[in-house]
Design a protein around this ligand. Structure first.
Ligand SMILES: CC(C)(COP(=O)(O)OP(=O)(O)OC[C@H]1O[C@@H](n2cnc3c(N)ncnc32)[C@H](O)[C@@H]1OP(=O)(O)O)[C@@H](O)C(=O)NCCC(=O)NCCS
Length: 184
């Protein structure tokens, strides 16, 4: 998950409701193992659903603000997808940005806890790589918390390599790792 420092939370000032608390949010039924999912584009129309899901995925205080989602989902350089259940509920999402020099930046990926270990993140990562490739991207980069071993395993399994340690990259002082993959 990339740190996007220029967007500050603003929902309190706007009088918006805060996202669900972790205990409220994590009460969800585990779907059957043969549940079917569909791939759809992720657009500004899904901002609130995506923001709420992000709060459930990143319980370490690093979840993005609603403003950050607004930026990410309206930027012309955004390449973003979601997976949905048969009821059209969002089970996971991936957000990326096209950057100069044919680089794609995956800023965040998250799967709802009850839908994990079903290859949904792998599927979304492959779809966003396809989306980047269609836009002439040759290198994909992402940042991951050094302590987030499960996400690192996911990225390593997809062919990403750690190229740099980013000391104190996260706001709580945690280090990040820069990971890169060539998709040329
Ligand atoms: C990390 C995350 C996106 C993985 O989503 P997922 O859909 O469960 O991942 P997949 O099913 O595609 O997993 C593919 C492989 O990644 C590795 N992996 C994924 N989750 C893992 C875990 N909890 N522990 C160990 N390895 C894991 C495994 O090698 C797995 O293959 P396997 O199931 O055959 O062993 C999900 O756990 C999540 O949303 N976490 C919170 C948000 C987050 O950390 N996002 C990444 C920020 S950089």
């Amino acid at each position: 998950m990339a740190v996007l420092k220029k967007f500050r939370p603003r929902w309190w000032l706007n009088g918006r409701q805060s996202p669900q608390t972790e205990s409220q949010a994590n009460i969800a039924l585990v779907p059957p193992i043969n549940a079917r999912y569909d791939l759809r584009p992720l657009t500004i129309s899904q901002i609130d659903e995506c923001w709420r899901l992000d709060q459930r995925c990143f319980v370490d205080g690093e979840a993005y603000s609603r403003d950050t989602f607004e930026y990410l989902l309206t930027a012309p350089e955004s390449v973003s997808y979601r997976v949905v259940t048969q009821n059209s509920a969002m089970a996971g999402f991936v957000i990326g940005l096209l950057e100069p020099d044919h680089t794609g930046h995956i800023t965040t990926v998250g799967i709802a806890p009850e839908h994990r270990r079903r290859r949904l993140a792998s599927f979304l990562m492959e779809r966003i790589e396809d989306g980047f490739r269609r836009r002439d991207v040759r290198i994909v980069r992402l940042e991951v918390r050094a302590s987030n071993v499960s996400a690192q395993k996911l990225y390593l399994s997809l062919g990403y390599s750690v190229t740099q340690r980013l000391p104190k990259y996260y706001s709580n002082g945690g280090d990040g790792l820069l990971m890169i993959k060539s998709i040329g």
